[in-house]
Design a protein. Structure first.
Length: 271
């Protein structure tokens, strides 16, 4: 099984296919997206443990999402008992937790590498901001380290994008899975650029609609409340789009095969 090199238009196609999957079982996917949103909220309220825990659980969440999407694509109704099924195969949960720990460790390392060299500038920017009651100096000092961290994080995310499925469904070792995932993402960098831009524009459109409601007289609190379900639904479509990304890149055609049984396929050399 080799990673295909797809044209840039597939970035938009992935979003469309994700929407089609979402529309097949919107309530189940919406509920799953709501659960992930609550997990994100918990992480944001409990730093630094919460964010690290969320990052460490991302491989588990990714595999559960892909497995659910495969059930939905095959026409199976997603029942609550089906969500944890992909984690019940011997060794899978442990492998994904190890993967999550590596993911969190690399993210922390990237943060240290990019922010520590600028600690003096950040401290000075924060001092000036506190004196002048203006965040502009601090935000200006954050620009370079944030940009560098963003570049490193994109590389890390590419390594882990397909890794959960490659480990759980194809039996690869962690190092192999990271390698094949990174190569697959590099081969499809332009579809991923289109994919990312499309999602940025989608969420900006939702924000714009909320802003329009405020501009015509609706209170910001009510507009924000109305925006929440649209953000969650868009998140559900986003999570559904992960599955067509995986199937199109790795050429998976048997969508009716049981997703929680290990495939005998092995990715071969990507050279």
């Amino acid at each position: 099984m080799q990673a295909a090199s797809l044209p840039a238009s597939y970035g938009w196609q992935w979003v469309r296919d994700g929407l089609k999957l979402f529309m097949k079982q919107p309530l189940a996917v919406f509920t799953w997206a709501l659960a992930i949103s609550l997990l994100v909220m918990f992480a944001s309220f409990t730093p630094p443990v919460g964010p690290l825990l969320f990052v460490a659980l991302m491989p588990v969440v990714t595999l559960m999402t892909l497995s659910a999407c495969k059930h939905i694509e095959a026409g199976r109704i997603m029942l609550p008992s089906m969500w944890p099924q992909p984690l019940m195969r011997p060794g899978v949960f442990k492998k994904l937790l190890i993967m999550g720990a590596v993911y969190a460790g690399l993210s922390i390392t990237a943060g240290l590498i990019t922010f520590l060299p600028f600690s003096a500038e950040l401290t000075e920017g924060l001092r000036i901001a506190s004196i002048e009651q203006n965040l502009t100096p601090f935000l200006s000092a954050m620009t370079v380290p944030l940009t560098l961290f963003g570049i490193l994080y994109v590389i890390i995310a590419a390594l882990f994008w397909h890794a959960p499925a490659l480990v759980a469904w194809h039996g690869l070792r962690l190092g192999q899975a990271l390698f094949f995932s990174g190569v697959a993402c590099w081969r499809n960098k332009w579809p991923f650029v289109v994919y990312g831009i499309t999602w940025i524009l989608a969420f900006l459109l939702i924000d714009l609609c909320a802003g329009i409601l405020v501009s015509i007289g609706l209170s910001p609190q009510i507009a924000g409340t109305l925006q929440i379900p649209f953000n969650i639904a868009a998140g559900g479509v986003l999570y559904c789009s992960f599955y067509p990304v995986y199937t199109s890149v790795f050429g998976i055609e048997d969508t009716h095969a049981h997703p929680d049984h290990q495939s005998n396929d092995r990715p071969q050399s990507e050279t």
